[in-house]
Design a protein around this ligand. Structure first.
Ligand SMILES: Cc1ncc(C[n+]2csc(CCOP(=O)(O)OP(=O)(O)O)c2C)c(N)n1
Length: 280
C-alpha cells in the first residue's frame, strides 16, 4: 500500500532503483508490475546505482538527447536491512554529494525476505529468527531500534519524512513538499509484515494506525533539519495495545508478563515525545 501511495504521489516519470529485498520479487525478468523503469541492485549499492542513473540522465539532457521536460525522478526503494545497515555507507556518500533523488525505505523492522532476521531497525523485545526468545534471552531482541531519521538529518539534506500506509493524505502532502527541493529526500514508512510480525494481513492498516496512536511511530518531517510533527495524537494510547496481538511480541505477555521490558518499551516512547515537548 505504501508503495502504491508513493508511486501515485511521484507520477509516472520515475526510475526505481531497488535494493535486493522482498520488493525485488515483484519483478520477474523480463516482466515488472511497475509502469516505470526499474533497476535491481545489490543490497548495499542502491544509492550508488541511483547516482549512475541520475548522472546518465543529466548527461543526456546536457547533450540535448533528452528534453528537460522528459527528465525522470530517481527513486531508491529498499527495506530496512539496506537502509539501516548494509547500504548506510553508500547512502552517506550520496547524501554527502547532495544527489538529487528520493529514498523510500519500507521498514518492516527485520530482514524479511530471508526469513525475518534482526536488523538495525528491529525494536527492543521483538522476536526474530536470529533473536528467538529463550532461557538466556527471554525478551528477544535486546537492542533498541536505530534512529535512521536522525542519521540522515545529521547530513543536513533538504527533506526527510516518516510516513505510514494508514495516513495516505499525510503521505501525499509530504511528497508534494519534498518535490520543491533538489537533493536527497527520505521517506521511511513503517511497513507491517504479516509473516514476520505474526499478524493477519487484514490487520495491517489498523496496526500501522495503532503505531501512530500509541506514539511508537512518530509522523514527522524535517526541512533542512527543522523538525515538525505532522500527526500528534491528542491522547496517546498505551503501547501495549500495539504490541499485544503481534506474534513477534507474544512472549512479552505469555506465559508470564515481562513487566520490566514492557515498562522500558513504554518509557522509551514517552521519552521521545517528552524530548519533543509533545508529552507533558
Ligand atoms: C550482501 C547480501 N547479503 C545477503 C543477501 C540476501 N538477502 C536478499 S534480500 C535480504 C533481506 C533484505 O532485508 P530488507 O532490506 O529489510 O528488506 P525486506 O526483505 O524486509 O523486504 C537478504 C539478506 C543479499 N542479497 N546480499
Amino acid at each position: 500500500m505504501t508503495l502504491r501511495h508513493c508511486l501515485k504521489a511521484l507520477g509516472d516519470r520515475v526510475v526505481i532503483v531497488n535494493a535486493a529485498s522482498c520488493f525485488t520479487l515483484l519483478a520477474i525478468y523480463p516482466l515488472s508490475p511497475f509502469r516505470n523503469s526499474w533497476l535491481y541492485t545489490a543490497m548495499a549499492s542502491a544509492p550508488a546505482g541511483a547516482q549512475g542513473v541520475r548522472d546518465a540522465l543529466d548527461v543526456l539532457i546536457e547533450k540535448g538527447k533528452l528534453d528537460f521536460e522528459e527528465d525522470l525522478k530517481v527513486v531508491v526503494l529498499t527495506g530496512d536491512g539496506s537502509a539501516y545497515d548494509m547500504g548506510l555507507s553508500s547512502t552517506s556518500g550520496a547524501l554527502y554529494r547532495n544527489l538529487d533523488f528520493y529514498y523510500i525505505c519500507y521498514d518492516n523492522e527485520a530482514y524479511g525476505n530471508t526469513g525475518f532476521q534482526e536488523s538495525g531497525a528491529t525494536p527492543l523485545g521483538s522476536k526474530t529468527t536470529t533473536t528467538p526468545p529463550g532461557e538466556r534471552h527471554p525478551i528477544g531482541s535486546e537492542l533498541p531500534k536505530k534512529d535512521l531519521f536522525e542519521i540522515w538529518k545529521s547530513h543536513r539534506p533538504p527533506y526527510l519524512a516518516t510516513i505510514s500506509p494508514a495516513y495516505p493524505i499525510d503521505l501525499i502532502n509530504k511528497f508534494r513538499r519534498a518535490g520543491q527541493h533538489r537533493g536527497p529526500k527520505l521517506f521511511i514508512s513503517l511497513a507491517p509484515c504479516p509473516p514476520g510480525w505474526g499478524t493477519d494481513p487484514s490487520r495491517s492498516v489498523d496496526l500501522a494506525k495503532l503505531a501512530v496512536e500509541t506514539g511508537v511511530w512518530a509522523l514527522k518531517e524535517a526541512v533542512f533539519g527543522e523538525v515538525g510533527h505532522t500527526v500528534v495524537p491528542k491522547r496517546f494510547k498505551p503501547v501495549e495495545e500495539y504490541l499485544r496481538g503481534q506474534g513477534r511480541f507474544a512472549h512479552l505477555f505469555r506465559p508470564a508478563r515481562q513487566e520490566e521490558t514492557l515498562r522500558e518499551i513504554q518509557e522509551r516512547v514517552d521519552e521521545y515525545w517528552r524530548l519533543h515537548k509533545l508529552l507533558l
